[in-house]
Design a protein around this ligand. Structure first.
Ligand SMILES: NC(=O)C1=CN([C@@H]2O[C@H](COP(=O)(O)OP(=O)(O)OC[C@H]3O[C@@H](n4cnc5c(N)ncnc54)[C@H](O)[C@@H]3O)[C@@H](O)[C@H]2O)C=CC1
Ligand SMILES: O=C(O)C(=O)COP(=O)(O)O
Length: 315
């Protein structure tokens, strides 16, 4: 098979052990992004299969109309809104869904919580610039013990964050669907009674919902406004869970509130398209929750095995 691996920004896939799984195939890895659909279609014209990393390439009707040779798309991790599955069916392109692990994204989320709580990036930056212990100009930070973390979305990552919080002697309060809240209570955590109480009581709010038509924009500006004056909002899930522009407006007008985020409305994000990057009270990482060796091995090995299995069952 002629297989294209797309959007390997970090040029990582060839260094992974699982790359050898595709030894019998003709594989090309593209490390840049082609947004222009006509150029992308020209690039991909000869390929039988695509491996997509996350959701950077959008698979649309017009793209597939230009790719008559394409038979398979193998997604690393879950298939989300970037692939129109019904359009793929129409064009006879089979979509194979992969699998991820909650460990790397949960640890990144916890790193952001700890770094933001102790102002670590600012202290490191000042120290490297020659300043020793300039706490006078920096907020002193705070310990996590005794604080309440509010977790909205109690799936694989949300549950792991609750576990980490318990190890730090934090109180865990969960908001979300009734089953999420019941599940949290059965595990010994607290469920918030209302969304407003959730945002009012938490010292740290961390979002762990999947993005879908129901959850899009579920966090409103009014929710951010009722958070405590020194609260921290963490979003490692999807930017679109928060009403468009609301996070920037809330953080810009409340400099004592803080946010730590890994996901953006426009990705790749930069200073020109992401105003949050310019705010001193917002800690920003460049969507790296899944960026870690074991995580990449799992994402790619499952995506490759799915292709091999498909070739074996439908040669
Ligand atoms: N920053 C990064 O690199 C990464 C981000 N993620 C993101 O983290 C988030 C959580 O991932 P997982 O825990 O693996 O997902 P999961 O599928 O295990 O859990 C998702 C949660 O969202 C809730 N949910 C979904 N639709 C809902 C609705 N309509 N109403 C209320 N609740 C709803 C589910 O009940 C569940 O509690 C996702 O948005 C995922 O895309 C995941 C991996 C890496
Ligand atoms: O990489 C991301 O941002 C993801 O959302 C991955 O999620 P998944 O592991 O595919 O469920």
């Amino acid at each position: 098979m002629k297989i294209a691996i797309l959007d390997d920004y970090q040029d990582v896939v060839k260094k992974l052990d699982c790359f050898a799984l595709l030894n019998d195939h003709d594989v090309t890895v593209f490390t840049d992004t082609l947004i222009d659909e006509v150029a992308l279609a020209e690039r991909l014209f000869d390929f039988d299969a695509l491996v997509l990393i996350r959701e950077r390439t959008h698979i649309t009707d017009s793209l597939l109309s230009r790719l008559p040779n394409l038979k398979l798309i193998s997604q690393t991790g879950k298939v989300s809104n970037h692939i129109d599955v019904s359009v793929c069916e129409k064009h006879g392109v089979k979509v194979l869904e992969g699998r991820g692990s909650p460990v790397a994204p949960s640890e990144l989320c916890w790193s952001l919580i700890m770094a933001a709580s102790r102002n670590l990036p600012d202290y490191v930056e000042q120290f490297k610039a020659g300043e020793w212990q300039q706490s006078g100009s920096l907020d002193l930070g705070r310990t996590l013990s005794g604080l309440t973390i509010g977790i909205w979305g109690f799936g694989k990552i949300g549950q792991r964050i609750a576990k980490y919080a318990s190890a730090f002697d934090m109180k865990v309060m969960v908001w979300g669907s009734e089953s999420s809240r019941d599940n949290a209570v059965s595990m010994g955590f607290t469920a918030a009674e209302t969304k407003q109480a959730f945002f009012q009581k938490a010292d740290i709010v961390s979002l762990h919902l999947r993005l879908n038509d129901v959850t899009r924009g579920c966090v409103k500006r009014s929710d951010l406004d009722v958070m405590k004056a020194d609260a921290l909002l963490v979003n490692t899930s999807r930017a679109e869970l928060i009403e468009e522009g609301a996070l920037y407006a809330a953080m810009a007008s409340n400099p004592t509130k803080r946010a730590a985020i890994d996901v953006y409305e426009t990705e790749p994000a930069n200073l020109a398209n992401e105003p949050l990057l310019g705010l001193p009270n917002v800690l920003c990482s460049p969507h790296i929750g899944y960026v870690e060796r074991n995580s990449y091995e799992l994402y790619f090995s499952v995506a490759f095995e799915n292709i091999l299995q498909e070739v074996e069952t439908h040669p």
